[in-house]
Design a protein around this ligand. Sequence first.
Ligand SMILES: [Zn+2]
Ligand SMILES: [Zn+2]
Ligand SMILES: [Zn+2]
Length: 367
Amino acid sequence: MSVFGSVTLKWEDAQKSGNIMWRVPRNIRLNDNIVVREDEIAVFYRDGKALAYIDRPDRYALTSINAPIVGAIVKFLSGVEQQAEIYYLQRRPFDGKFGSKQPYQFKDKEFGMVNLRLFGEMRFRVKDPENFINEFVGTRGFQSSDEVEDRIQEQVVLLIYDAIGHMKENGLGVTDLASNLMNIEQIVLEKSKPHFDQYGVLIDKISGLYISLPEEVQKAVDTRASMQVLGTDYVGYQTGQAMREAASSESGGGAAGAGVGVGAGIGMGYMMMDATKRRQEGAPAPGMTCPKCGKMVPGGMKFCGSCGARMEPGGDCPGCGKFVPEGSKFCPECGKPMQSMAKCEKCGKDVPAGSNFCPECGAKAGE
Ligand SMILES: [Zn+2]
Ligand SMILES: [Zn+2]
Ligand SMILES: [Zn+2]
C-alpha cells in the first residue's frame, strides 16, 4: 500500500488454482491498480450489477477518466460511492464432474418406479462475463467458485432428467437407458445452449454419462444385452416364448403355429425359438442359413461371411438412414423412436407394431 492508500489488486495463483471465479475480498477505489493476465477477465461490480469488465491483459492504473479501457471504470469510481467490487473470472474451459444428489424416479411401464442415479463429466466456460455476473453470480449471491460450479453441475443434471423425461414420453423404458447414453449426452448438450446462454455460461462437452440402476433392473438389462450378442432380439425372444406357451396350452396349437409365419415376417420366429431351445440345452449358439445366398452362417455373426448380407434383423432409420437392429426402441444414431406401440387388450402392456402376440401375457394382439 502506498502513502496515498492506493493498492494493486491481482489474482494470485494460490487463489486461482482450480477456481473459475474469485471475488476479491476488498473493494477497489480510485487510484488503485489492477492487474489482468491473459487468461483472466476482471469484472467491476456494484449494487448487484456489472459496471464494466476488462479482458485485455495489462496492469491498469485507475487514475484518469481519459485513460483508454479504464476511463469508464474510473468514472464510476469517482462518482458518489467511489468503490466497486471485483470478480476475476478465468477464460479457459473447466472440466468438472456432475452427479445426481437425489435419485431420479423413473416410472417404468415394466418395472414400476425405478430410482436412477447418474454421473458424468462436463467441460464448461464463461462465455459472457456480464451475463455471468449479472444473471448468475449476482442474482444468486454466489461468493465462491465452488458455489458456481455446483450450480452449473446441478443444472446439467436437471437437463438430463428433463431429456430422459421426454424420451420416456416417446416410449423409452428403463432398460433402454444404457443403449441411449450418447443420445442423451447429445440432446442435453443441445439443450444446454439456450439454457445456459442467459447465464453467460457455455457447456462445451458432456461425456462419460453413466446411469446406475437398481440391481434387479440391471440384471434384466444384462440378460437382454447378452441375447443381442447372440443375435436374438429380446422382444422377439419373449414373443417366441409366449407363442410356445400358447401353443402348449391350446389344443393342437394350430392358431399359434399359423401366427409364427405371419407375425415374425421372414420366419425369424422359427430361428429364435430354435436358438432358445438349444441354448436351454446348453449347446452353443446355432448357425443360420443366409437368406440371400443360402450358405451356413455361424450363430452370433452379424453378416454373412460369403455374401456379406446382414444377418441381424432390423432396418434403416427413417430419420438418419443408419441401420437399426430389430427390437430397438430408438435409433442408436439419432434417437428417433422406432416402434409404434399398441396396447395389449388383455394386460395393457405395450405390444410392438407387427407383433401378433403380447410379449407380456401372450394374448393375441388386436387387428
Ligand atoms: Zn450370404
Ligand atoms: Zn436414425
Ligand atoms: Zn398382454
